[in-house]
Each structure stands twice: as structure tokens, then as C-alpha cells.
Design a protein around this ligand. Sequence first.
Ligand code: NOJ
Ligand code: CA
Length: 715
Amino acid sequence: MLLGTNTTVQAQTAAQMSSPDGTLTANISLSDKGEICYDLSIDGQQIVTPSKLGFEMRGVLKAQQLEYESDGTIDKNDRRPHYSLHDGFTVLGTESSSFDETWEPVWGEESQIRNHYNETLVHLQKGSRLIDVRFRLFDDGLGLRYEFPECNDAPYLCIVEELTEFNLAGDYTAWWIPGDFDTQEYQFTKSRLSEISSVYPQALRGNDSQTPFSTGGVQTSLQMKTDEGIYVNIHEAALVDYPCMHLLVDCEKHTMRSYLTPDAQGYKGRIQTPAKTPWRTVQLARSAEEQLASRLVLNLNEPCALEDVSWIHPVKYMGVWWEMIAGAGSWAYTDEYRSVKLGQTDYAASKPNGRHSANNENVRKYIDFAAEHGFDAILVEGWNIGWEDWANCNKDYVFDFLTPYPDFDIAALNEYAHSKGIRLIMHHETSSSPRNYERHLEQAYSLMNQYGYDAVKSGYVGDILPEGTYHYSQYMINHYLYCVTEAAKHHIMVNAHEAVRPTGLCRTYPNLIANESAMGTEYQAFGGIKPGHTAMLPFSRLNGGPMDYTPGIFETDLKAWCGNGSTVGTTIAGQLALYVTMYSPLQMACDTPEHYAEHMDAFQFIKDVPVDWSESRYLYAEPQDYIIIARKDKHSDNWYLGGVTDEQVREFKIPCNFLEKGKKYTATIYKDAPDADYLTNPKAYTIERRTVKAGSTIKVKMAAGGGFAVSFEAQ
Ligand code: NOJ
Ligand code: CA
């Protein structure tokens, strides 16, 4: 609903904006050099000081016809000059409007989301180039993006760098992972902005010898906190046909600016007008809990683009997976190096290694267990030929995504699964050859349709082919979305691992039901994850969309189980909590049927917990320390509560004010036992049952590396 539009044609004038409730304000101004700047305040306190916007571009094609001044930089192999699109602007005019709607996500943390903002569109001109900047100010933050109107004389722009600044008013505390154009699989570091370069001096991986010494590169969504207790989060929304943004931090001045992922030639992006960039977002909150409740990133994405969403549904699943990750089984059928070429399917001559997990018998075992306990699906990895030498060889020929190993009967297993109400989840490890994947995509998705798979987990392990292409480059951003939109045509839901971090695109394409794009549970088998990681992810990675974190480890003694030497940084009660605190419409119970069978009383929580919610309440939180959330089931009156802590023991008395007044509930409380500890006694938990109502108090003590979970069943 458009509430009103005012157009002012006052060239060179600054615009002033305030959020719908008036508590956030932003000024847009033009410096005497013609630089366009914005700032941002909350309750009158400036958080972002005047920060410049713009680009450095490279002249191409007909750009000589434009009246740009070259800054003198000439590429070695390319005589076309760089030119600035960050000064010398004239403001042609501004337009302001307001918008207020409430929309319903297909799945989510709540069933209704309010999207309410004031907007200012600034029309700029430099030479004959027109460029607009659109600002949206919400009560929980600011979004801004660049728009390039159609320009037939010079339709094509090559970005040398985007120069969006985020100048922060103080040396804020930040929780960050280092810049890297290929992965986000890192643990978080907490430091002052001024300390980033000393903690991680390498700046950004991949290139960048020119980065000044005092800078560090970090990834978004970047959570920060001012000394006055304002939570500040910088991310991007609606990353489409553009490279992913990193932040280059000037540690001395505590300022930062955008730093886009380069393409194989070192340029940052290619634009053909008309075009728009993703939104740059600055979320502001007066508490950590308020930050977790912000839906600004989703709101800045376009409404659902799919007409029919009836086939999209939340999924609770188990998988032939953790046993391979932990080292108890294998993806490969044989230990012989095969240098597989497409079409070379004769495995009959190979000696089976006896550890191939995706075999008919084992898959049936998982199907039986999952069906008995009410799951929706089973993921099977290692079902297709090529795993013998999938890493570090001519990757373009490893997988065809069509041919099963001889001991995986794709027709019979799907039939068996369907007869028990279970769907199999397809697995496509692309081994980071997007071209090979795209060449096979239509056939691969058609095969899924043929056998009744409706969800795929894809993966991008390794360096991307063609060489020099990064996981977060514009080329790959387009690839990931291409797979999602092609999948939608086949009514297939996508869960992509190692793809770019999400930026709220699941609003537009709700068949993108999850991504990994952060350090997930698999690292508990790759050396372990420090407690506190899962109290951090909702402030960072989850800001853009749900994560396939794959929780549910019950056998924490990996050494006794399969000789894995990692220390699992969690208790069993802490694992249960993750089904509430780590929101995703796709939730896995990652451990094996045997391990769950040893703790069926605790497993009951995983069986009961929903994967879709009508309401969420963020009760207590501090990044990397603890998070406690209550959520209401979308399809019943039941509530669920979960909490996690870092390595500190923490006690909370939680008033159950979220419960409906006048109703009684049976609360089942899964807690760390008094002597539980993630290092010395991770499997010790207690289960207690009592009747509660609104206003009752639940007392919990979370062990080091632990947590708790509660189900409230309406009586
Ligand atoms: C990494 C993924 O995160 C993991 O889940 C998967 O099993 C392997 N790649 C193999 O594709
Ligand atoms: Ca991974």
C-alpha cells in the first residue's frame, strides 16, 4: 500500500528522513565536492556518521561519450580508464513515500511480518550518467541501494569497486569472521573494531596486496555493539546478479567500506542498465533480543515470485550422513582410485570397500527408524558414482548426478520410503564445477521428479571451476539463483551448502528452504566447535535466512564410536535447544538410529518439536554468550522454549508470560543434569514434567557448553 508521494525538485538539497515511529533518523547530504553522503541515528544518538556512497568504474564501450574525468589509472592490459562515480554529483531531485504492509511467509519464525518504512529516492547525475539511490528507513534500521536507469548510450558498467562507506561513531565491539571470498566456515572472534587487523592481519583472502596495513576484511552479517548498548548490524539484502559484499575495516578510524568479491579478471561486477544493486543494510536495536526480532533483511526482498507454493513444506529429516562425516562410513563404494569419467559406470569389477554407507540395507534402516518416529524425510549422500576421487582431480567429470552405485537401488528405495510416508532427499555435490552441474541440471531434476524426490541438498566443496572464480563472485551468485529458479519449475526445494550466505531471498523464492554458509555441526567431527558458536549464529548468519545446521548429536564420544579424535563442544540438552534457537524450516536429527535408541526419552523432544512457527519471542540474549527463545507451533496451541550458553554455566528464572492466559500446559523440561559439562559429562540430562500456566516460572541451570529445551503441550 503506497501511502503518499511528494516530489521536490530542489537540486543540491539534503533530504532528512525519519522512521515510522520517529526514533531513527537519517540525513542525506551533498558535500561541496558533489559527494553524496548519509548518516544514521537512533533516539538522537548518531551511530553512523556521514558516510559517502558511490563507485569507481572502468570506462567501456561508449563511455568516452560520457563526460567523465579519468583519475589517471590505466589498466596494464586495458587502456580504458577508470573513472569516479562517487563525486561531482548533481542532485536532480528527491521523492519521498511511505509504505506499510503485513505479509505472510510460506514458512517462518512467525506467520505474519510487518513491512513498514519511509522511503526517499534521490536522483543523481554525473555527466550524462544518471544514478539513483533509494533509502528505506524502518524502525529497526536503514536499507539503501543504487539504481541505474536505462541508458542506451552507455548501457554497460564495469565495477572496479563499490565505495559504500559505513563510518561508525565509535570503536564498537564486533563479533566477526575474517574476509574470505570462498567460505564462511569460521568461528567468530569478539574484539573492538580497532583490534581486527591485529587479530587477523591477512585482510582478505585471495588477492589484495594494495589493502592498507591498518585494515582488516570481515564478512557480513556483522554484529556490533556500541558502548551505550545499541546493537548495530551490517549486512545486505536481495543479493541478485551482483557480487557478495565484504567489509574493509579501517581499524584506526573505525570506519568501513564495501569490498566486493572480484571476478576472475579482478573486476568486481558487471552491470547492464537498467539495473539495481542489492540493499546495504544497517540494523539498529536497543537490545540483543530486539536485534533477533528484526525482519528488515526479509522485508527488503521482493514478495514471493512463485504463484503456486502449495508444494513447499517444512521438513524434519534424518540422514545417511553423520556416520560418513564422523568417519564411521564412506561416501565411496570402493577404495580404488577410478578417475571416473561420465558414463564409466562399471563398478562390477571394483572391490567394494565394505564401508559404503548409502547401501540398500543401511538406507532401509534409516527409513524404518524415521518412519516409526514421525520424520518427513531421509537424506542419502554417497548414492551416486564418483566419490572415489571427487576431490582434487579433473572435477568437471566427476559427477553426473544420475547414476547410482550398484548397491543403491534408486527405484526400490524410493518406493519403500514412500510406502512408509518418507521422502528421500537428493544429494548433489557439485565439487564446485557449476558448469558441469548446469549441464546436467535438467536431467538431474527430472530424475528427482521421476522417483518422487522433492528436495535437494547441493554442495560446492573445493575451488570453483573455471579457475579464479570465487564462491561469492557475481558468476556464482547467478548460478545459485539459477538452480533455485530451475528447481522451482520442477517443484523442488533447495538446501545449498557452501553457497553464498543468504540475504533474505527465501521471501521471493521460498523453495530455498535453507543454506549452510557457516560453520555447521560437521565441524564437531572436524576438530570441534567452541561453545558460544550457536549463541552467535542467530545474530549473524541467520540474519539472512535459515541454516541447515544439522543438530542432534547424542553420541558425543566420537572416539569410542568411530575413533574420531574431535572434542564435541556440547551437551545433549544443549543439542535439543538448537531445534528452537537455530530457526530453520529444514531441521535434521543428524545422529544415527542406534545412538538415538540409547536416549529415547530425550529423543522425544526432537520428535515433538515443530519446524514452522506462528510466533517467536526472544527472551534473553547476548551474542556468543547465550540465547533463550520461545516459539509457538504454527499448527497447534503448543509452545516450545530453548536456550543455549557458551562455556559459562548460566542460571535463569524464566516467567512463562508467553503462554495463553487461562490455559494449562504440560511442560516437559529437558535440562543439563547438575553435574553435566560439555567436556567431562556431556550426556548427563534430566527430564521433568509438570503442569504450568501463564506466569509460572521455569528455573534452568545450563551447564558449560549446555542448554535446555521445554515443550508446553496445551491441556
Ligand atoms: C560439505 C557439506 O557441508 C557436507 O554436509 C557434505 O556431506 C559434504 N560437503 C559432501 O558433499
Ligand atoms: Ca560445509
